[in-house]
Design a protein around this ligand. Structure first.
Ligand code: PEP
Ligand code: MG
Length: 588
């Protein structure tokens, strides 16, 4: 019998393959009964896992020796001592032998017992040992799961990624040739995991809370990224049905993709710049620079997040130069480090925050740690000598933040000039509009900023007070809300009146259902993951500007989100069918 689990459709398309569990936690482990003659094999697995974790801890200790103090490096000594503690080993082995449970379960139980003992101690230093223990357990289970994963991911077969969440750093470890789909327990359609899945063109369903408990590595799964559905152990009929759907979808996609070489122009001749969102240097390899007007958003933090320590200035220069070269003279907008919120930086200690999304993130963090901002801006300035670079500041909420950043930029430019280092003295400094309060003060901000880019992912989350990463309120996160459209209208109006370039770089820029409305509201620059470009272009080529303006005016005047959706759907279905002779896929 197959089992169906409903989640949130995060990236379109259908995928069928065995699921592989990524990310080790002590909470989600495979469980099985161990027979008498398999006990020895479990012991051997324990030795193997201890050896594996020891090797990686020693490696990490060596790597960090330069950047951490002697005291901090000793934290790893404490972990190594636990790992090689004879009592710990004996207790785990006894758990296996006595209760016939597999090693993962034995580890989970023994560590929970130890943890309870440490947590009850009076001495705070001893209480902290509980965290070390848990970390050791997580690493051991991680090594064991990695070995199980190996079986599915090392032999060149297709697989589906499953984990609690899909993290930006995961994009670095995926085998792009064989990853077919993504399923996660948490997340929303506009969280960074979903954004990444879409930009990689991998079908994804997020927010299936039970996925790690209901499946195990090796289970065959269908991921239906259009309906937000996952089917575990599909029946032969379901399999055949989804295989057919997958083939049909790929055929339509091929036809849509042909549009990408045609100009991005409305039938009445108005050009709209379609730019690319880039998540890291790797994306540059696949970039078809001839079909874009430039890079509208380089999310630099993703490259920071994949590493184990801050990249040096020279390493950053190399990365930014690659982007400049990749763009072949077209503009490249580098967004300064936007960590915090749902984008933690492993090697930078951030405080636990009750509301991280309302907390220390983006420019707030960088202005408190100016070294980070100085190094990054200097690196971007140095790379700017190669062409047309722009600097974009995330999470701006006051004019004075922009003024402070401009002072930093001026100071760095003066230093570079004095030392004869080449850079572009005309480099533009722009702001992201994603904190709602920036909208009413935008004319003031525009007097110190050269351009604006609307980060609708965050702007919508803050306007609606709905966490973009929380599956429980995902239904309420809807950028078609007429209030959102009215705010977008105001932003475009103010920027156009001030003669400043305005673009949208949030996910709606790449959602072809939004294309005519955005053009109608006055936007002429849309920055999106390149996979969306053909669909957006198709829509652009289907509506005159007058039709877009009429549609936008009607949408803005609507009184409900569902009425806006219905209006857009009615308009789009007709043109889609006319262009492709195929029905538009049903939307949520
Ligand atoms: C946004 O908020 O719309 C945006 C583009 O930035 P990010 O998604 O990285 O927060
Ligand atoms: Mg944002």
């Amino acid at each position: 019998m197959s089992r169906k689990l409903k989640g949130i459709a995060a990236a379109r398309g259908v995928a069928i393959a065995p699921i592989v569990h990524f990310h080790a936690t002590l909470d989600h482990i495979p469980t099985w009964k161990v027979s008498e003659d398999a006990i020895e094999a479990e012991r051997a697995r324990l030795s193997g896992a201890i050896a594996g974790v020891t090797a990686s801890l020693l490696e990490l200790q060596r790597e960090l020796a330069g950047s951490l103090g002697k005291h901090d490096v000793r934290i790893y000594d404490a972990q190594l001592a636990i790992l090689h503690d004879e009592t710990f080993r004996r207790d785990v082995e006894a758990e296996i032998a006595q209760y016939r449970v597999n090693l993962e379960v034995a580890l989970q139980r023994v560590i929970a017992r130890y943890e309870a003992v440490f947590a009850a101690m009076e001495n705070p230093a001893m209480r902290e040992r509980a965290a070390d223990l848990r970390d050791i357990g997580r690493q051991l289970v991680g090594t064991l799961l990695a070995n199980a994963r190996q079986k599915y991911t090392a032999n060149g077969a297709d697989y589906l990624f499953a984990a609690e969440e899909f993290l930006p750093s995961d994009a670095g470890i995926l085998d792009r040739a064989h990853i077919r789909g993504i399923v996660t327990a948490h997340g929303g359609k506009y969280g960074h995991g979903a954004i990444l899945a879409r930009s990689l063109g991998i079908p994804a369903v997020v927010g299936i809370e039970q996925i790690m408990l209901e499946s195990s590595t090796g289970t065959t799964v269908v991921v239906d990224g259009d309906a937000g559905l996952v089917i575990l152990d599909p029946t032969p009929t379901e399999l055949a049905d989804y295989e057919r759907r997958g083939r049909e979808q790929r055929a339509i996609d091929r036809r849509i993709a042909e549009v990408r070489f045609q100009p991005a122009v409305t039938p009445d001749g108005v050009h709209v710049q379609l730019l690319a969102n880039v998540e890291g240097v790797r994306d540059l390899d696949a970039l078809e620079v001839d079909v874009i007007s430039g890079i509208g958003l380089f999310r630099t933090e993703f490259a920071f997040m994949e590493r184990r320590q801050f990249p040096t200035e020279n390493e950053q220069v190399a990365m930014y130069r690659r982007a400049m070269e990749g763009a072949k003279g077209k503009p490249v907008t580098f967004r300064t480090l936007d960590v915090g919120g749902d984008k933690p930086l492993g090697y930078f200690r951030m405080p636990e925050e009750r509301n991280p999304v309302l907390g220390w993130r983006g420019i707030r963090l960088c202005l408190d740690w100016p070294d980070i901002l100085y190094t990054q801006m200097r690196a971007i300035l140095r790379a700017s000598a190669l062409g047309h670079a722009r600097i974009l500041l995330p999470m701006i909420s006051t004019r004075s933040e922009v003024v402070r950043c401009r002072e930093v930029l001026d100071q760095l430019s003066a230093d570079l000039k004095a030392t004869g280092v080449p850079f572009d003295p005309q480099i533009e400094l722009g702001v992201m509009v994603e904190v709602p309060v920036l909208v009413p003060v935008l004319p003031d901000v525009l007097s110190v900023a050269d351009f604006v880019s609307v980060g609708t992912n965050d702007l919508v989350q803050y306007l609606l007070a709905v966490d973009r990463d929380n599956q429980r309120v995902a239904k309420m996160y809807d950028p078609f809300h007429p209030g959102v459209l009215r705010v977008l209208q105001q932003i475009a109006g103010m920027a156009n009146a001030a003669g400043k370039s305005v673009s949208i770089c949030g996910e709606i820029a790449g959602d072809h259902w939004f294309t005519p409305i955005l053009v109608g509201l006055g936007y002429r620059e849309l920055s999106m993951a390149p996979v969306f470009l053909p669909r957006v272009k198709l829509m652009l080529r289907s509506f005159t500007v007058a039709e877009c303006q009429d549609l936008a005016a009607r949408a803005v005047a609507m009184q409900s989100t569902s009425a806006v959706r219905k209006l857009v759907q009615d308009e789009i279905q007709v043109r889609w069918a006319r262009q492709l002779g195929a029905p538009e896929e049903t939307r949520r």
